[in-house]
Design a protein around this ligand. Sequence first.
Ligand code: FMN
Length: 384
Amino acid sequence: MSQIDKCFNIEDFRALAKKRLPRMIFDYLDGGSDDEITLGRNRSSFAKYQLMPRALVDVGSVDLSTTILGQKIDLPILLAPTGQTRMFHHSGEGAALRSAAKANSIYALSSLSSISIEEAAAASTGPKWFQIYVWRDREIIKEFMARCRKNNYQALCLTVDLPVHGNREKDLRNGLTFPASLTARTMMDVLRHPAWLYHYLTGEKIELGNLAGSSTVKLPDDGNLMDYVAKQFDPAVDWNDAAWMIEQWGGPFLIKGIVNAEDARCAVDIGASGIIISNHGGRQLDFMPPPIEVLPQIVKAVAGRAEILIDSGVRRGSDVIKALALGADAVMIGRPYLYALAAGGEAGVNRMFGLLRAELARDMALLGCTKISDLNPDFIHYPR
Ligand SMILES: Cc1cc2nc3c(=O)[nH]c(=O)nc-3n(C[C@H](O)[C@H](O)[C@H](O)COP(=O)(O)O)c2cc1C
């Protein structure tokens, strides 16, 4: 039995990822900002909602398929954009892309991915979105859009919860840099993980694939990529910029990182086709509310004018059910698939999809609900 066959839930993958990765890399994956209050609440908030099953329903067949922005998928769990994925496993984004395609789900490629828009398109023909930021140089945005169009990306997703980087103190303490530099300070940590080190030293250099392959970007000579990226993010971005991007793209467009119902309304008013309620997995502003808690008011504000996804803290099939019953159309997961990738590469992510699918199907049957579209607030019980 391989190590990943002994993983039966996301927490098992997390424990295995912790063993396989140098501490500074695991902490970057796992950690949150400031006191990690939001990070913790993203999980604990799901526990506040109970599930109210219906009895004696024929659950002989449960259908988990659904349609998101016109794309039919086999389960309502999508892979969220995560930067620099090859740091967690040498097979990186390519493995996650292939696994998402195999599960017939959607993969969202980060702007800060370790492979380019073109390499991701070559890795899998499955449905793909591209996550974008507002760069100071608007020509970079136009170039990314043209490359996405050419490579058949179905949707763009603008992340709005990162006008500046969140304060992740574990990374500061660990001396983490991008690319990860092997210094006297980090060497002992890395040497304890020879398999990771071997791939890091012998594999392709980890870089920001979309920037390295760009004709517009001028990367700095000192190699400090994150410093360059931080300076390129435009903190003065506003709704006019988002509206400009929606117009430039002209196709399905999601805004990611919204927790405020008024912002959700603004997003729909400027033409967003989808909203991703997210606090960036507790990695940005600490004390942002957990998405599940603000979901009902955002559903009300959006009033069916856009599709709604949520991420941050989703770890169980029952979490997916709670989100969908309260009005989300689908969920996204970030760390869960990164843990699985770090634990066992592509096979790990395949196993994670299998476990989540089985969990969701079982919980739907136990709930007495056979179709995603039948989930509704009556399945949720709020204890007095
Ligand atoms: C290691 C890591 C890197 C991330 N990189 C990005 C990114 O490049 N762009 C982005 O919009 N969100 C990024 N996110 C946030 C995820 O898209 C997602 O919102 C978050 O992981 C969801 O929470 P969860 O990890 O609890 O599932 C990142 C998250 C993690 C854990």
